[in-house]
Ligand binder design. Structure first.
Ligand code: HEC
Ligand code: HEC
Ligand code: HEC
Ligand code: HEC
Ligand code: HEC
Ligand code: HEC
Length: 438
């Protein structure tokens, strides 16, 4: 039903009030956010030397550094060029910028420092980079952030574990500041809510006392917030159903991804054989029992004969006399000419091909990279997920160990012609389906 439009001074006034209030609210939130952000920046080192400490800039710098500079530079170690730790202290920013853009120009201009450095590095020319000032500043920002971290003793081996460390340590985002900002904003929001509730109750009280209101306005004033109605309302129900479905879907999908993944699988074994005792405390080499691991596809589980090399003599632990019931089981197996029925822990499906000697002997990987700290386990469990993604990720990240391997000489040469990055398993075809699938 249409009602005649009439001018209501109260409504106009309240609308005006609301608008002013909303505007001041927005201003308040904004200034609070800015204040918190500045707090974060000030706490993380300030910008007095013209080098930004903004996490976004630092991670942009990190990406540039890793793509272009790590062939010759590291933060803490001399590679082809000098270690770049504390470069922002050592050299002024404008010098760094012109040096990265064209080091030869700086050297030829007779800059003492540059000439000395150039000679010290046997006149190795650093590549010129067509980078903008901002890009170089972002690299310096990254180097500065790295310089404030304690120096790690860099390992020269390249295992998957190294890759992970580099990844984890590389992100220079000070997460504690983000948390502080978020908590601050939450507090501000809670305060605003409180203020709003107060204002509403004051206004309602004030209006209720007025007696010059018409019916319609009274209804609005006396209208109580009805929780039950809101909960039953369409919008709320729709929202609840949406959240519920999203959560269910997410857990179903997560569940499907773990079907057939046996990570953590730790079956009981027929004999209480302990790797912690044999490989850990007694330091028996893995190869002594897993004889195939360096020479063939399969690592082999030792036959009772290998156990008997020692256990013909050792029949009990800790100097006790008589036969240990666990060791007796080895004797029984041999007497009955039966194998010990070890329960297999790791098991790839038949469609996948995995070769131990390729990884351990050629690739130089440690058993622990894939099997965890076996020498600490009383009962072996599956440490890695053994999924295709796990294999493929490692092939993407791991550099091939080409040292003293003439087979790779030619390949490395070819690779270096087309890419500056070190050669990974991926570059050697480690992602081709047929390499892993029969
Ligand atoms: C091809 C190898 C190579 C690459 C790639 C390279 N540099 Fe250099 N860099 C050198 C060498 C060698 C020196 C020592 C000076 C010289 O010989 O010119 C050097 C010196 C420097 C210096 C001066 C160091 C000091 O101690 O004063 C800075 C700064 C620098 N490089 C930054 C970078 C940045 C940033 C990148 C990536 C964008 C980069 N370099 C990429 C080889 C390289
Ligand atoms: C290089 C020698 C050596 C080999 C090979 C060896 N063991 Fe042992 N094992 C020992 C010694 C030594 C002890 C006792 C340690 C002690 O006194 O605490 C022992 C202890 C044990 C125990 C503990 C017994 C108990 O009562 O707790 C079991 C079980 C065992 N070994 C099983 C095996 C099996 C199975 C194999 C073969 C797969 C094997 N061992 C191979 C040296 C060996
Ligand atoms: C004394 C012999 C012996 C030594 C030394 C030894 N192992 Fe074992 N290993 C066994 C036996 C027996 C089994 C089967 C029983 C079991 O799973 O515990 C086994 C099982 C395993 C398995 C699980 C195989 C499966 O079923 O999937 C892994 C992985 C393994 N060993 C790794 C290692 C590593 C790594 C080392 C060296 C740090 C090592 N082993 C040293 C005897 C040995
Ligand atoms: C690159 C990862 C990787 C490394 C490194 C590795 N393994 Fe394995 N290992 C596997 C996978 C994957 C399987 C499951 C193989 C299958 O089911 O065909 C496995 C299975 C095994 C088994 C069970 C028997 C078999 O051959 O299937 C033993 C024992 C074993 N590994 C011991 C070792 C030892 C000892 C070393 C170190 C000398 C080692 N592994 C290094 C990935 C690895
Ligand atoms: C921890 C890292 C790592 C994991 C995990 C890993 N690999 Fe590898 N893989 C390597 C390295 C390193 C090489 C290169 C060895 C070499 O030839 O120098 C390699 C080589 C190979 C090759 C030979 C590739 C070629 O081009 O010659 C095959 C096939 C292979 N891996 C299969 C697998 C399978 C299947 C899995 C998972 C069950 C797996 N790998 C898990 C590191 C890994
Ligand atoms: C580095 C080794 C590797 C490479 C390369 C690789 N795979 Fe796999 N793939 C595996 C392993 C290991 C499994 C078994 C994973 C498991 O059991 O969870 C697997 C499983 C699969 C499965 C699932 C089979 C099933 O029954 O669940 C399919 C499909 C598959 N791979 C297709 C491919 C295709 C297509 C490519 C090429 C684009 C490829 N794979 C490349 C190692 C590899």
């Amino acid at each position: 039903m249409l009602k005649p439009v009439k001018f209501s001074p109260f409504k106009e006034k309240s609308r005006h009030l609301t608008r002013t209030f909303c505007l001041s609210l927005v201003a308040l939130i904004f200034s609070a956010a800015v204040a918190f952000a500045q707090d974060g920046e000030a706490a993380s080192g300030g910008a007095d030397d013209g080098i930004p400490s903004d996490p976004a800039v630092i991670s942009a710098g990190e990406a540039l550094f890793k793509q272009n500079c790590t062939v010759c530079h590291a933060v803490n170690d001399r590679v082809v060029g000098p270690a770049l730790r504390d470069i922002h202290v050592r050299r002024p920013l404008p010098w760094i910028i012109s040096f990265v853009q064209n080091s030869q120009k700086v050297i030829q201009s007779g800059d003492d420092y540059a000439v000395k450095l150039y000679n010290e590095y046997n006149k190795t020319q650093m590549t010129s980079f067509d980078f903008s000032n901002e890009e170089i500043i972002s690299i310096v920002a990254y180097l500065k952030a790295e310089s404030t971290k304690p120096a790690e003793t860099a390992a020269t081996t390249t295992t998957a574990a190294d890759g992970q460390v580099a990844q984890g340590g590389g992100s220079g985002v000070p997460s504690e500041y983000i948390n502080i900002i978020l908590i601050g904003l939450l507090v501000v929001l809670a305060l605003i809510l409180l203020v709003l509730v107060l204002i509403v109750s004051v206004l309602t009280k004030y209006l209720a006392q007025k007696d010059d209101l018409d019916e319609e306005d009274k209804e609005v004033v006396q209208n109580k917030f009805d929780l039950g109605k809101t909960l039953k309302g369409n919008t709320f129900m729709g929202f609840a159903v949406f959240i519920f479905t999203a959560i269910v879907l997410k857990s179903v999908i997560d569940g499907l991804f773990t079907v057939g993944v046996q990570q953590g699988y730790q079956p009981a074994q027929p004999i209480a054989f302990s790797h912690k005792l044999h490989a850990g405390q007694m330091e028996i080499d893995c190869n002594y029992c897993h004889t195939g691991v360096r020479t063939s596809k399969s690592a082999n589980i030792p036959s009772p004969n290998i156990c008997m090399n020692c256990h013909t003599v050792i029949q009990n632990v800790g100097g006790q006399t008589g036969m240990s019931p666990e060791i007796q089981k080895i004797y029984n197996a041999i007497d009955n000419n039966q194998p010990i029925e070890w329960v297999r822990v790791h098991n790839l499906p038949d469609l996948a091909y995995f070769n131990h000697s390729q990884h351990v002997k050629v690739g130089g990987l440690e058993c622990q990279t894939c099997h965890g700290e076996i020498q600490e386990m009383d009962v072996v469990y599956q440490f890695a997920p053994l999924t295709m993604g796990w294999c493929v990720n490692c092939h993407r990240e791991t550099q091939i160990n080409t040292k003293d391997n003439a087979y790779y000489d030619k390949l490395v040469e070819l690779h270096e012609k087309k890419s500056k990055k070190p050669m990974t398993v991926e570059d050697n075809g480690g992602l081709e389906c047929a390499k892993c699938h029969y």
